[in-house]
Design a protein around this ligand. Structure first.
Ligand code: GUN
Length: 286
């Protein structure tokens, strides 16, 4: 059967972005600067977190950054973790760092996030950066939603005036996604578990962003013919099987454009993280 949908290929786009970043690194080095340095803090051995962190370290190598990984066991105390954050804040050789989430239950995640120096907050999770995003001021933007916008722009999908529907209201994706789409003049609706007539609302979307964390949650009846569908979900349904929040096979029959999982938004998230590190490095080095 003829393919009627446009596949938004994260691999191609992220590859191009990483090439651009590698060129910026070379420029920095030629001017006598040092390589941007990203540090990552990983607590425990959760399979998903291990995979994400490994892909971030690999991307650093690809673009020519220095990276360092700091590991703690699951029983690390909040005090130890806060001390680590403070050390990284003070370390002049570190341009930006991330603490991989989720953290064990005995640690107050928000307390850790708020301990990060906003200038080194390349995840864009600190309230200062969230606030800057909310008022449209410059700052470090959360990587996953920024990656979604980049994907739309790359594909030439108009955002201004579009009806955008986001399913999911997390601090990491749903809420910042709404703000970024609003900044680009979309008309934005955020749906969640209490939304009435969710399918009906979703069907109004020109741009539908799925960020619920439930495999195959978005079905074909929830998608308007020709709509762009961005799948942020990464759900492990078997040891080696990752699926998104969207029922790809059925939805790709109605969508005008769609992101695959894997090979979609996840790769853009990593590419946006690399961009944030460059931005953080430039801001701090003047
Ligand atoms: N866990 C899931 N997504 C993310 C992310 O973008 N950054 C961090 N630090 N943890 C995450």
């Amino acid at each position: 059967m003829e393919t009627t949908y446009k596949l938004l290929d994260g691999k191609k786009i992220s590859g191009e972005i990483k090439q651009e970043i590698a060129a910026v690194v070379n420029e920095l080095l030629e001017k006598g600067g040092r390589r941007p340095h990203l540090a990552g803090v990983l607590v425990g051995h959760d399979g998903g977190s291990e995979t994400y962190m490994a892909s971030k370290v690999k991307a650093c190598e690809e673009v020519g950054f220095t990276s360092s990984l700091i590991r703690y066991e699951d029983d690390v105390t909040e005090e130890e973790l806060l001390a680590c954050v403070h050390r990284l804040n003070q370390d002049p050789t570190v341009d930006g760092f991330i603490v991989q989430l989720p953290l064990p239950k005995h640690i107050d995640e928000q307390k850790i996030i708020e301990a990060v120096d906003p200038r080194k907050d390349v995840d864009g999770f600190h309230p200062v950066n969230v606030g800057h995003l909310a008022i449209g001021a410059p700052g470090l933007r959360p990587c996953t939603p920024a990656g979604c916008i980049r994907m739309l722009d790359y594909a030439g999908i108009p955002i201004e005036g579009a009806r955008a529907v986001i399913i999911g209201r997390s601090n990491i994706v749903g809420k910042p996604m709404a703000m970024l789409l609003l900044e680009r003049h979309a008309t934005v609706t955020v749906c969640h578990s209490r939304t009435k007539n969710l399918a009906e609302v979703a069907r109004e979307a020109d741009i539908l962003v799925a960020a619920v964390g439930r495999p195959h949650f978005v079905t074909a009846d929830m998608v308007k013919e020709g709509a762009t569908v961005i799948d942020v979900g990464i759900n492990r349904i078997a040891p080696k099987t990752l699926v998104g929040d969207v029922d790809f096979d059925a939805v790709s029959e109605v969508a005008g454009a769609i992101t695959p999982v894997p090979g979609g938004v996840g790769l853009l998230t990593v590419a946006m993280l690399m961009e944030n590190v460059v931005q953080a490095a430039k801001m701090q080095r003047g």
